[in-house]
Write a protein that binds this ligand. Structure first.
Ligand code: TPP
Ligand code: MG
Length: 310
């Protein structure tokens, strides 16, 4: 009580839980979105399509950046791994950004039902970030452009700050890796600040990423070689993340190290897309899905009548 710091961290944790729940609900559920009765086979989508593995990390980054930068109009979050669309969609729903372009996507029970039911559904939302998503400027599922886009926005705009979440697989692309050199071109005070955040979750799809196989020292040296100061954020504790953001460093390069699929039932290389394959027909998978959804205690974070309690 009265400790502002604790309240802020609790709020971040709650938001991450809410977004993670919304991710799992979007991927799997066609009904019973608030688990008002035990989950049944016919609550589950017949074709489950999308990506879970990257979602927890995106939600962690989004919640922490939002808590730190608030509604600063000069701050932008650039999301490299657009396949983590359930996470982006969850955050945009909660922030009311989706409702600005689609009046059915209000941050209430009906909006929640709407995005969950229509995710990866015929005539509904695609499984990746797409032109209908508020703020999306590059579509196509091709990894690698996030950092270059961010430097482009920062060029000639000293008032802007852009945080860019880059997958560890994404940083293996020639485009992303070469874009690290843009720091040299934009390092004067006539341009904005770009804050790269490498999401070191260990895998690109199911293969180990090269950066996950480098030692911490080797990765630090690589990052320093591009002129950045590496700042590690180990795990998803908001206290660690907020402390990292508060560091006053000219050219920070954050390394967010989380486990791929964290908070889900199967972590690591098998979590990239859909960790539980057959909850619509296999009782064991259905039970595991129900336990997974319940682990977020969404009933503490959302009220059917009044919406999100975050
Ligand atoms: C240029 C390019 N090559 C390959 C792919 C196929 N692909 C889609 S997701 C993915 C893995 C991405 O790994 P990472 O960036 O580490 O993301 P995360 O682990 O957060 O899912 C790959 C290789 C792609 N989308 N774009
Ligand atoms: Mg990865």
């Amino acid at each position: 009580m009265g400790d502002v710091g604790t309240t802020k961290f609790d709020q971040i944790r709650k938001r991450i839980r809410a977004c993670n729940y919304l991710c799992v609900a979007q991927l799997y559920l066609r009904d019973n979105f608030l688990l008002e009765r035990p989950l049944r086979f016919d609550d589950i989508k017949s074709r489950i399509l999308g990506h879970w593995g990257t979602c927890n990390g995106i939600n962690v980054a989004y919640a922490n950046l939002q808590a730190f930068y608030g509604d600063d109009p000069n701050f932008t979050f650039v999301l490299g791994p657009g396949h983590g669309f359930p996470a982006l969609q969850a955050n945009l729903l909660i922030d009311g950004k989706l409702a600005e372009i689609d009046d059915k996507a209000l941050p209430d029970y009906y909006g929640l039902k709407y995005i969950c039911h229509n995710f990866s559904w015929p005539d509904g939302f695609p499984s990746h970030a797409n032109p209908a998503t508020p703020g999306v400027i590059t579509e196509g599922g091709e990894l690698g452009y996030a950092l270059a886009n961010a430097y482009g926005v920062a060029l000639g705009h000293p008032e802007k700050t852009l945080a860019v979440l880059i997958g560890d697989g994404e940083l293996e692309t020639a485009t992303a890796l070469a874009s690290l050199n843009l720091r040299n071109l934009l390092s004067s005070n006539k341009n904005g600040r770009v804050l790269p955040i490498l999401h070191l979750n260990g895998y690109k799809i199911s293969a180990p990423s090269i950066y996950a196989r480098k030692s911490e020292r080797e990765l630090n040296e690589m990052i320093r070689g591009f002129g950045f100061t590496p700042i590690w954020i180990n795990g998803d504790d908001p206290e660690v993340f907020q402390e990292a953001l508060a560091k006053e460093v000219d050219s920070p390069f954050y390394i967010l190290k989380t486990e791929k699929g964290e908070s889900g039932p199967n972590r690591g290389h098998i979590s990239h897309q859909i960790p539980l394959k057959r909850p619509a027909s296999n009782p064991e998978d259905l039970t595991k899905l129900e336990e997974w959804l319940k682990s977020y205690h969404f009933e503490e974070l959302f009220n059917k009548e009044s919406g999100f309690v975050l």
